[in-house]
Ligand binder design. Structure first.
Ligand code: C2E
Ligand code: MG
Ligand code: MG
Length: 697
């Protein structure tokens, strides 16, 4: 290391001696600049910075301590070594007190020890400078990170804090220094709110790094609480001895609030804030586990609102959402704190009673929920009366697993719906049998199309006055292996549930069009062929395109095709229904409203839809008996249809009385066992040829 020395002395002898001494050492002689007065020294310090200054304090332009002080002021970071004369030790001492790095006397000019001393001073100063830079860098880094850092000594007293630590704890570094860490950082357990031992204590005790329990709360100096996450590590000294601890932590209040919100959202329904399926499943599992231990019982309620679509249709989806929120509140009001009301999407709710004293208790709750829901409910200035159908399953009788219990409750709800609505049903053997049967039907239905087990019968529609056939209705039959001919009532609901109605319905449509075409080719005047359309088909995206394809494939005349659609299907989404109907009409196809009169009291939609025919539901025709009065509904429907210029046909005519009644009221067309049962296509052909006999009964 080659050192640069500035020699300051007016004494030529001293200058020479020092020069000789300092240029002598090999292999690294010092490079030397020598000046003779203070002002030259100061100029030289400004021009180039030496590694060390060797100064004689007696100069022509300055003397004694003043010389040192001015030199030191000119170059405070450069080590200055003072040369003192005989008996000047006091002066040298004062210089050292004021910042000199050392002194030597003229006696030492010859000594190599002096050279070594100068070298040591230079080296020490270099190390100090490096440490200064290192420390400044560490300080800047520590202050610029967002994590709080606190250093402590062996007694767990604070030695250091960075800016983040100051702002999180509310203590300034100067104030905290020397205070126990427990005082500066008061921490509590987020759950119990009991005080927590500071990890620094444990680190100092075990000499191992460690972390804090998640959710730990730091009470700031001003009393505010923040959630922190932290870790602490031991600090080891030169000889690897433990000499303190450093604690790094950060404020996770916002992050934690966010993660708690996310966790809540993941387990709750956005609309009602009720637990969702996944949380219900957890709770159900817990309830089952606990019931297992106490030989207790758990009840699961599957609740579906009745005709909720109508609510949505009348006040829109936003209004429907409000109703669901009110329903959620009412249901919650019916159960205790340990029970769970959850929403399964749509208008389905599942309620869990985690401990019941026998099924009777479940029945009482179901009754209470129905009663609560029935209370009039006002939304958007409209009053609704909501009813629901509830199915109940009980652990352990009906099943031991959440999915089984839910399935059973669902099946029981389905039964409640089929039976009466606005009622509840327990899962029972009977429902189980029906459930199993439904499963069997759906399995068998899957194969039925491929195995060619379906056929279509055709029931004539007859002009009630001249007894000519005005058309036929295609009615599906399933020739189920081993069970014989099955009526649609047995399997169509299952096909609708499973979606199988789509391929099946498509098959019926193609079959009916092909048969219609065959009759036409044979020159038989069957007039129209009507096909029943279920909700799922009607709402399906390709519905209109599929009809077009079936017509093109069969080359059947669209004007001879009728589609029978029920009121409830049309009312489901009035705008959309109307759009589809107009598309169908454009092809020349005619539309009949099936089972008219049982769905909606509102008849205003008849004007909205392009409807050609109304089919009076069988139930009204059945009521026409000699003892039943005046058949006022049938009379009204016929009159209304006539005034709207819509054709009307009566379904289910079984007696001569009914036939005569309808004729008297001006009903032009009819259909029923009295006239003809559904027939095979070849029988229809014969009937067209032979003509209808006047029915007798
Ligand atoms: P719907 O469209 O109202 O058909 C009339 C039903 O009444 C037929 O029952 C028919 O056999 C029966 N019926 C006719 N005259 C009389 C009578 O005088 N007395 C009595 N008691 N019943 C009579 P079916 O064939 O069992 O069909 C029942 C329902 O199944 C149909 O009611 C229709 O909604 C549906 N359906 C039938 N075929 C299909 C189909 O291909 N696709 C779809 N989606 N549904 C179909
Ligand atoms: Mg029909
Ligand atoms: Mg009908």
């Amino acid at each position: 290391m080659r050192g640069h020395v500035l020699i300051v002395t007016a004494d030529a002898e001293m200058s020479r001696s020092l020069f000789a001494l300092l240029t002598n050492p090999r292999p690294d002689p010092f490079s030397i600049v020598s000046v003779g007065c203070l002002s030259d020294a100061i100029d030289s310090l400004r021009a180039a910075i030496p590694d060390i200054v060797v100064a004689d304090l007696h100069l022509p332009d300055s003397d004694g301590m003043a010389t040192f002080d001015r030199l030191f002021a000119a170059a405070p970071r450069i080590p200055i070594v003072v040369v003192c004369g005989e008996g000047e030790e006091d002066l040298a001492d004062r210089a050292v007190q004021n910042g000199a790095q050392g002194f030597f006397s003229r006696r030492d000019f010859e000594s190599l020890v002096t050279v070594q001393m100068l070298r040591n001073v230079i080296k020490r100063k270099a190390v100090e400078a490096a440490m200064f830079v290192e420390k400044a860098r560490a300080e800047i880094m520590l202050n610029s990170i967002s994590d709080a850092v606190i250093g402590t000594d062996l007694a767990a007293n604070v030695e250091y804090m960075n800016a983040a630590a100051e702002s999180i704890t509310g203590w300034l570094r100067e104030e905290a220094q020397g205070h126990p860490i427990d005082e500066v950082m008061r921490i509590l357990d987020g759950g119990t709110r009991g005080s927590v031992r500071n990890p620094v204590d444990l680190v100092l005790q075990d000499d191992k790094p460690m972390g804090l329990v998640a959710g730990t709360i730091l009470v700031r100096r001003d009393g505010l609480e923040v959630t922190i996450e932290d870790s602490a590590s031991p600090i080891h000294g030169h000889n690897d001895e433990l000499c303190g601890a450093v604690l790094v932590f950060h404020d996770v209040t916002v992050a934690r609030a966010m993660s708690m919100k996310m966790a809540h959202l993941a387990q709750h329904d956005y609309l009602t804030d009720l637990p969702n399926r996944s949380l219900l499943n957890d709770r159900l599992l817990q309830a089952i586990e606990s019931a297992k231990r106490h030989a207790g019982e758990v009840a699961v309620f599957f609740l579906d609102l009745d005709r909720f679509k109508e609510v949505n249709d009348s006040i829109g989806h936003a209004g429907g959402d409000l109703v669901l929120q009110l329903v959620a509140k009412r249901l919650q009001g019916c159960v205790g704190r340990t029970d769970t009301v959850s929403r399964h999407g749509g208008d389905e709710f599942v309620v869990l009673l985690s401990e019941i004293e026998g099924p009777a208790e479940a029945g009482i709750l179901a009754e209470r929920m129905l009663q609560e829901l029935r209370r009039p409910l006002v939304v958007k200035d409209r009053t609704f009366q909501i009813t629901a159908s509830i199915g109940i399953s009980v652990y352990p009788d009906d099943g031991e697993k959440p999915d089984v219990l839910l399935h059973c409750a669902d099946a029981a709800m389905y039964q409640a719906k089929v039976n009466h609505r606005n009622t509840y049903r327990f899962y029972s053997r009977e429902i189980m049998a029906r459930d199993i049967e439904r499963k069997r039907i759906s399995d068998a239905l899957e194969l039925a199309l491929d195995r060619d087990e379906f056929l279509v019968l055709y029931q004539p529609k007859v002009n009630l006055f001249d007894c000519t056939m005005v058309g036929v209705e295609a009615l599906l039959r399933w020739n189920r292996p081993g069970l014989g001919m099955q009526l649609p009532g047995l399997f169509i609901p299952v096909a609708e549930e499973t979606g199988l109605i789509l391929p099946i319905g498509h098959w019926v449509l193609r079959e009916a069009c092909a048969q219609g075409k065959r009759w036409a080719v044979e020159g038989l005047k069957v007039a129209t062929v009507a096909v029943n359309i279920s909700a799922l088909e009607f709402r399906q995206k390709n519905f209109v395109a599929d009809i077009r394809t079936a017509l093109e494939e069969s080359a059947f005349d669209p004007e001879a095709l009728q589609l029978e659609i029920t009121e409830s299907i049309l009312m489901n989404d009035v705008e959309e229904s109307s759009r589809i109907l107009y598309e169908i009409k454009e092809m020349g196809i005619r539309v009949a409203v099936d089972d008219f009169g049982i769905g909606y009291s509102s008849l205003s939609y008849l004007n909205k839809f392009p409807i050609d025919i109304i089919k009076i539901d069988q139930s009204f025709v059945r009521c026409l008996t000699p003892s039943s009065g005046d058949g006022i509904i049938v009379t009204a429907i016929i009159a209304m249809a006539n005034s709207l210029k819509i054709a009307v046909i009566a379904e289910g005519i079984e007696t001569k009385f009914q036939l005569d009644f309808l004729r008297r009221r001006g009903c032009l067309e009819g259909q029923g066992f009295l006239l003809s049962v559904p027939l095979l296509p070849e029988h229809i052909s014969k009937l067209v040829v032979s003509g209808f006999a006047q029915p007798h009964s």
